[in-house]
Design a protein around this ligand. Structure first.
Ligand code: ZN
Length: 347
């Protein structure tokens, strides 16, 4: 069967565009659809490579892909939960069942549990993330992909997918499955990057490498597999059974920087020498026992406590930051932000 495009379903329309190094682990080609322009890593990653990408180390502060400051990230998620709860309380009933797909260390779930009466649970492909969220915050987290979890039909009232859609191997199937487990009229809130702002720094790095004649690849540092435009997303949502209630561009300054309209970091992706691309052995990943998880847990938990700042968890501070952030948001037509924020409703 020919591999089709996830957006326009054209068969065999994806052609290679740009070779990159996926997290420094393997070489991966970004392909582009000749008919709709959608860009995606092909061939699709298999389950084994996926679990190599998301072992405990994905969240390791020195790994480059994790958070630089876990405490700050945890408190930032608490703030996001505060605003999200305020916005969604009007739309979602108090007895609602909520699922966060790709919940990472459970920071956002912890906040939602604090600010809403909803019954919350999480799902993450990283065994360490599931372990951490369960132990640190007592929230139930299943380990696996959405397809593996096999939730019942129409089970949830509200689904959250923050920075997830760009990481899944089959976005169309993933959205269809999200639709299946949502109740009719249920909501899906998601954040996913502006593909153009993600690719531009890679293209710039590739040009520099070519000019220098180096045997290197631009580093695709966050493990993104798909690069969506606004229209790609709208089509995908509509064809998988969702109405788009709202869509906005967020992180405008970082987006403008990535697109090259403003000076600063992130304008150009890092380069990695081909000889330094190292594929770890499978037992270096998720197969390790809870002993290693325990040590990593202690380290991150300690860091969260050590750097905790009480003022960052106060609603007054939230509102002040909220006002600042409002200046970094634009309606969906101006696609210069780093991310899209979308609220969808199951038809
Ligand atoms: Zn296409």
């Amino acid at each position: 069967m020919p591999e089709t495009c996830d957006i326009c379903s054209s068969p065999d329309s994806m052609y290679p565009l740009l070779e990159t190094s996926l997290l420094g682990i393997t070489s991966a080609w970004i392909h582009r659809c000749a008919s709709c322009g959608f860009r995606q890593i092909r061939p699709r990653l298999d389950r084994e490579t996926l679990s190599l990408i998301y072992p405990g180390e994905y969240f390791h502060s020195e790994g480059g892909t994790g958070y630089r400051d876990f405490s700050r990230q945890a408190q930032r998620s608490l703030r996001l939960a505060y605003f999200l709860a305020g916005k969604m309380r009007r739309l979602v009933p108090p007895e609602a069942r909520l699922l966060e797909i790709g919940c990472a260390l459970g920071f956002l779930l912890q906040g939602l549990e604090k600010y809403t009466p909803w019954q919350v649970e999480g799902l993450d492909v990283s065994p360490f993330a599931a372990y951490f969220a369960g132990r640190m915050y007592g929230v139930p987290v299943t380990c696996g992909t959405l397809e593996e979890a096999r939730f019942p039909d129409r089970h949830f009232d509200f689904i959250i997918q923050k920075d997830l859609l760009e990481h899944v191997t089959h976005p169309r199937e993933h959205m269809r499955e999200s639709n299946r487990i949502l109740k009719s009229g249920g909501y899906l809130w998601l954040i996913t990057p502006n593909g153009k702002a993600n690719i531009r720094p890679l293209e710039r790095a590739a040009r520099k490498i070519r000019e220098a004649g180096a045997d290197a690849l631009p580093l695709l540092g966050q493990g993104h597999l798909s690069f969506f435009s606004k229209n790609h997303l709208l089509r995908l949502f509509s064809e998988t059974g969702f109405d788009c209630v709202s869509m906005r561009n967020i992180s405008i300054r970082r987006g403008l920087r990535a697109l090259g309209f403003l000076p600063g970091r992130n304008r150009c992706a890092a380069a990695i020498l081909r000889q330094n691309i190292s594929r770890p052995s499978p037992d270096a990943g998720s197969g390790a026992g809870s002993g290693r998880f325990g040590m990593l847990y202690e380290r991150i938990a300690r860091e969260i406590h050590r750097r905790y700042r009480p003022f960052r968890s106060r609603p007054l501070y939230f509102r002040q930051r909220g006002l600042l952030q409002a200046t970094g948001r634009l309606p969906a037509w101006a696609t210069v932000g780093l991310d899209f924020e979308c609220l969808l409703r199951k038809r």
